[in-house]
Structures are given as C-alpha cells and as structure tokens.
Design a protein around this ligand. Structure first.
Ligand code: PMP
Length: 277
C-alpha cells in the first residue's frame, strides 16, 4: 500500500501531475525512516526533522504532525514485521511553471514502505571512499529533494570503484553524499558541527548519545581533509547504512585498513538499541 495525500491507496491510484513543482524544481522535501522488524526506529526524531524541513522551505502541509504520524503508523502496520524503510516525500504542489509560489497551493504527499536489510558485509569489512568537491548550496541542513550534487558525487564514487563520496568544502570535510562522517583520532570521535553545511543525521544524533553513554569523547568540530587521511578510524552513518567503516580513501589506507575498535564499540551499542527498539 501507498500513502497518497493522506489516504492509503494501491499504487495504480497514484497519479503525479506534470505540473508538480517537485517535478520542475525539486520543490519539496523527503524523509527516510528505518524500520526494524516492523517498527519505526527513532520515529519522533525523523518526524521532527521532516517538519523542520517543511518549515525551512515554507511548505505548509494540511496534516499536523500527530495526524501524519498516525497515518504513517497505519502504513507501517500494513508492511508487517519486516526490516525495511519508510520513504515519505512532500512537494509544494501543482501549479503552472513559474518560479514564484502561488498564494494557494496544496502540497502533494507520497509515502511507502520498502523491504531492505542493512549492508552487513560492508558494515563488517568496511568500504572504500573518494573525496569530492562539496559544490552544494548553503542549506544542506534541509532534507530537500534537490539531490543532483549528491547523486553525481555518488556516481563518481561508483565509477572509481568506491562506495561513498566524501564532500570537502574549502579543505574542510563536511559529510558523505548520503551519510554523515566521523573520524577517530587518539580515542576522540569527531564530526562536522550540525550547521547549514551538513544534514544533521538521525543516526548522527544516536552516535552522539552512544558516545556519551559509552564514555567516548565526542567533538562536533570541523576538521581538514589532512586530518581525515591521518585518522585512526573513519566511519559513515545513515539510517540505511547504520555505522559503516571506511578503510580507504582516494585509494590510500585509513589507519590499519580495518574497522577499528571504536567503530566496533559503536556498532555493538547501536545493535543493542536496534534490538531494544
Ligand atoms: N547526510 C546526507 C546528505 C544524507 O543524505 C543522509 C541520509 N539521509 C545523512 C547525512 C544521514 O542521515 P540519517 O542518519 O538521518 O539517515
């Protein structure tokens, strides 16, 4: 089943207009919630971020957070007790193509669940990454549909035989094409501050909490690409890739070129949270 403008419908009933501003301008936002055994993980955090994104791009939806959460619960209940994710996107709505926004416009919402399991082999053995120039705009904290720089960066990684592209802006490491990035140096975890230059991942928030409870020093502080290459451990995080070690960047080994002890400690603590979800 699909959630289409607040109603549960079959896929055939979904009809997207060519006048949707999402189609012309990428004028919309999205959210990816993780589902473990049929239950949403960090549901409230994702909902909060989704409404924050809507607020940031000035889309006023006809459903309040509580009503939408209830609809999403219905959709997830129909999905059953599987592992997967819930994708939700809201575009500003339909209008003749012009840059300015009509005074009256009705947002268009799509939601569905998809079966998915985490990439366990990558999480166990680590991945290769490349660095790319962070050519994105200055509102990366908004989970907007405008993902062209992200998809092109990821494609570049794929063509280089790597699994993630790491954005670097003016020598500072920001995040991955669809993940947050952490380094470990001398036992301290460091990641880019949650400002307009990155998306504040929900998994990033979880890592910060785990670091506190495990007593691992955690710093939200920008770092240079040289510090990335010189790190003891590097990892990326996201709802779909959880905590994935990065063992080489631009063909150069990171640390021992194996997932490190702090990465393993975070992964173990994360797994406990998932089990308790
Ligand atoms: N940064 C970017 C650019 C992303 O696309 C994602 C994935 N949505 C993340 C970070 C990680 O966010 P989360 O942990 O909420 O999945």
């Amino acid at each position: 089943m699909f959630l289409w403008n607040g109603e549960l419908v079959e896929e055939e009933e979904i009809q997207v207009s060519h006048k949707d501003r999402g189609y012309y301008f990428g004028d919309g936002i999205y959210e990816v919630f993780r589902i473990y055994k049929g239950k949403l993980f960090e549901k409230q955090a994702h909902l909060t971020r989704m409404y924050q994104s809507l607020h940031n791009v000035k889309i006023k939806v006809q459903w309040d957070e509580h009503a939408l959460a209830a609809k999403l619960d219905e959709l997830v209940a129909l999905f059953g007790e599987h592992d997967g994710y819930l994708y939700v996107q809201i575009t500003r709505g339909e209008a003749p193509r012009t840059h300015t926004i009509p005074d009256v416009i009705t947002p268009v919402m799509l939601g569905y669940c998809e079966a998915y399991t985490s990439p366990y082999s990558q999480m166990e053995h680590g991945i290769a990454a490349i660095t790319v120039d962070d050519i994105r705009w200055h509102h990366c904290h908004i989970k907007s549909l405008n993902l062209l720089p992200n998809t092109l960066a990821r494609q570049q990684a794929k063509e280089s035989g790597a699994d993630e592209a790491i954005f670097v802006r003016d020598g500072i490491v920001t995040e991955g094409s669809s993940s947050n990035l952490f380094i470990v140096k001398n036992g301290v975890i460091r990641t880019h501050p949650a400002n307009h230059l990155i998306l504040e991942g929900i998994t990033r928030q979880v890592i910060e909490r785990i670091a506190k409870s495990e007593g691992i020093p955690f710093e939200s502080k920008a770092f240079h690409v040289e510090e990335l290459m010189d790190a003891d451990e590097v990892m990326i995080t996201s709802s779909t890739r959880e905590i994935t070690p990065v063992i080489s960047i631009d063909m150069k080994p990171i640390g021992s070129e194996k997932p490190g002890p702090i990465t393993r400690q975070l992964q173990a603590a994360f797994n406990r949270l998932v089990d308790d979800n």
